[in-house]
Design a protein around this ligand. Structure first.
Ligand code: XMP
Length: 509
């Protein structure tokens, strides 16, 4: 299977290029711009795509065009910075320009397969300060915008192409078609990447890697760990054990649901109820980072104890997915400010005596959902809301007690139920309730009441790195608020969170 090698020059859209290419049926992987060919030696490159990036090609230490690309016999597409670095490599000139940020009209000058089936003019998304101002002699201009006379280029053999605009972003009209034209009309690749192939490959890899070794798999009830378990069942039935730790911080009826799903699929589950232990350890703790640390450490302790009891296990299976891998690679390079410590049930430390297998390591969330569907994972799991590893501990502000966990579970369930009834569950990308550590006055049946304040949150986001608060219909909010205050005596007031990320985060802790 041919693959598209996407070289990352630091653009915020690099990951998006990989997604778009895969959506078109071609396998793509992201590598640092200075990766050596050994790093992708396991792949059969069908094209290289150079991403955009924040640097200027004329700066002293600017990332450069990888020399091996001169000799590789496959087409290369440079996007934004990628086009500039390509033009410079062949002797073109790049200089600071007036800059183009946002939407503009692109005009095709030269009919080229990459614009096949498109109108002569269309809307594109630009984000650049520099311009290519003169072309290498073997290149031609394919298109321009008003502020950028050289906005698309190609050499005469169509081996090296450049686009100053971003075909991978939704704001570019026909961006998908342009990428498809490039992959299928310029590179002559075929559509091979699809859910059944992904499953087949994953099964084969699991079998080759584990041989006869036993595998332990932590299951949280979320999409990724459940799909991992279903894959293991197909690949190595009888050779693995899913372990489900009830922390007492799960959503309403979540433990029953997880047990049922696995039972229906005929998968044996090892279940341990450690809720009193977790709640005990959280007693009196109000600091969010402290809570995360306690839950994370305790989880590891329970996990290690059970693994020892049920072992020996040679392998540990985790539901790590591609954005986590890319993000942690990114973190190795940059020193970003820590906003909060993310604890993931999958994120067990390497000191545990296991070899890791991560069958979803190269998949995006939508691909995980697609293969989950193929493997028979029920829709209620596949469409599940993201849920933080420390669970309700970080949605109960202040101290976590059994009483407060129960209140939040019920309130959150009502909120979820009403959103589903209104058939809006696909509109916000995440929604949940948060129990606040303040009390407020209310009246119930002519009596003064003094109860908890509950906050409702709903956000729209693509990558969970930034998010907009979602405007749920007012009559829905009214209904949710009225049901919660009527059905849960301890809550006297409901508020709606209208903060985006940034400045807030999605979770409250
Ligand atoms: P924040 O609050 O950082 O959340 O804006 C971004 C996304 O990550 C989820 N989240 C977590 N997921 N372990 C996880 O596995 C965690 O500790 C954790 N904290 C936040 C959050 O629900 C949102 O989808």
């Amino acid at each position: 299977m041919k693959a598209a090698i996407v070289l990352d020059f630091g653009s915020q859209y690099s990951q998006l290029i990989v997604r778009r290419v895969r959506e078109l049926g071609v396998y793509a992987e992201l590598f640092p711009h200075d990766a050596s060919p050994e790093q992708f030696a396991h792949l059969d490159p069908g094209t290289f795509i150079l991403s955009g990036g924040p640097a200027s090609v004329y700066e002293p230490d600017a990332p450069s065009f990888p020399a091996y690309l001169f000799d590789f016999q496959v087409p290369v597409l440079g996007i934004c910075y990628g086009m500039q670095v390509l033009a410079k490599a062949f002797g073109g000139k790049v200089e600071p320009g007036q800059g183009e940020f946002g939407g503009t009209t692109f005009r095709v000058i030269e009919n080229h397969p990459v614009f096949h089936g498109l109108p002569q003019e269309f809307h594109v998304w630009m984000s650049h300060g520099d311009n290519v101002i003169s072309l290498p002699s073997s290149f031609q201009i394919l298109g321009r915008t008003q502020a950028c006379p050289i906005a698309a280029i190609s050499d005469l053999n169509s081996h090296f192409l450049g686009l100053q605009f971003h075909p991978e972003v939704e704001h570019t009209e026909f961006g998908r078609e342009i990428l498809a034209n490039f992959l299928f009309r310029v590179c002559h690749l075929t559509k091979e990447w699809n859910p059944s192939l992904i499953v087949e490959k994953a099964i084969q890899e699991i079998r080759e890697r584990t041989k006869n070794g036993r595998v332990l798999c932590a299951i949280s009830g979320g999409v990724d760990s459940t799909v991992t378990v279903f894959l293991l069942k197909r690949a190595i039935p009888g050779q693995f054990l899913p372990l489900f730790v009830n922390t007492g911080l799960l959503r309403y009826q979540e433990e029953e649901q997880v047990k049922k799903v696995l039972k229906d699929a005929d998968i044996d589950l090892h279940y341990v109820d450690e809720s009193s232990k977790f709640l005990g350890a959280l007693q009196g703790v109000t600091d969010p980072e402290e809570k995360r640390k306690i839950v994370g450490n305790l989880f590891i302790e329970v996990f290690a104890r059970e693994a020892k009891k049920l072992g020996p296990f040679e392998f540990l299976a985790q539901g790590t997915i591609y954005p986590d891998v890319i993000e942690s690679r990114g973190k190795e390079r940059k020193t970003a400010d820590k906003i909060k410590t993310h604890h993931n049930v999958g994120g067990l430390p390497e000191v545990l005596p296991f070899k890791l297998i991560e069958p979803l390591r190269y998949l995006f969330k939508d691909e995980v959902r697609q293969i989950g569907q193929l493997l028979g994972v029920p829709a209620e799991i596949l469409n599940r809301q993201p849920f933080p590893g420390p669970g309700l501990a970080v949605r109960i502000l202040g101290e976590v007690t059994k009483e407060r966990v129960e209140i939040l579970k019920r309130a959150d369930f009502i909120y979820q139920e009403e959103i589903k009834r209104a058939q809006l569950e696909r509109r916000p990308d995440q929604y949940f309730a948060v129990l606040l550590p303040v009390k407020a006055v209310g009246v119930t049946g002519d009596r003064r009441a003094y109860g908890y304040v509950l906050a409702l949150r709903a956000v729209r986001t693509k990558d969970f790195m930034t998010a907009d608060w979602f405007p749920l219909p007012l009559d829905l909010l009214k209904k949710v608020s009225s049901r919660i205050c009527n059905e849960i005596r301890e809550i006297t007031r409901v508020v709606y969170d209208v903060t985006s990320k940034p400045p807030a985060t999605i979770e409250w802790e």
